[in-house]
Design a protein around this ligand. Structure first.
Ligand SMILES: [Cu+2]
Length: 172
């Protein structure tokens, strides 16, 4: 009887052990996720400090009551570097996707066209405009209220990732 009890207890301990391992696995996964998020956050200001020759200012997007729409993101890039650069990607928390656009002016009405990157001249300033180069934010995730601000990440070919404070305004 005593041996049986002991065996029984033993099994329970094994079961408990498994449960603990499973629990630990979950926790470990959670910790890894936290670590990835943490790394992602520290990487952004890290690369921003790497190249101070390029600055993003006056980033703005128009306010909207609608969800799931496409909105142009406008901003100014001042590049004091002796090398030309380019915008490769933009990530904003309030839009699912983004594209780089230019506007073609031919014989018909001006038409937007997606481009691979937006070129930025060396020792120069580029202003993104609705009727020129701009970033189109696709599928907005929620309403954008006048006065709100969001942080978007702009990825440059040479200057790396720059954080841009984006202002929501009624008249961008
Ligand atoms: Cu566009």
């Amino acid at each position: 009887m005593d041996d049986d009890r002991y065996e029984l207890r033993g099994r329970t301990d094994i079961d408990r052990g498994r449960r603990i391992v499973r629990g630990g696995g979950g926790l470990r996964l959670f910790a890894i996720r936290l670590l990835i998020v943490g790394l992602g956050l520290t990487l952004v200001p890290g690369s921003a400090a790497a190249s101070d020759a390029l600055k993003v200012t006056n980033a703005r997007v128009s306010a909207s009551d609608q969800i799931g729409i496409d909105l142009p993101l406008l901003l100014t890039i001042k590049n004091d570097a002796a090398e030309a650069d380019a915008i490769l990607r933009v990530r904003c928390p309030f839009a699912n996707f983004s594209e780089k656009h230019t506007v073609d002016r031919g014989e018909g009405a001006p038409a937007m066209r997606a481009v691979k990157s937006i070129p930025i001249p060396e020792n120069g300033t580029l202003e993104l405009r609705q009727d020129g180069y701009h970033v189109m934010l696709l599928e907005t995730r929620h309403k954008l209220v006048d006065g709100e601000t969001f942080t978007c990440a702009v990825v440059f070919q040479k200057a790396g990732i720059k954080e841009a404070e984006v202002q929501v305004s009624r008249t961008p």
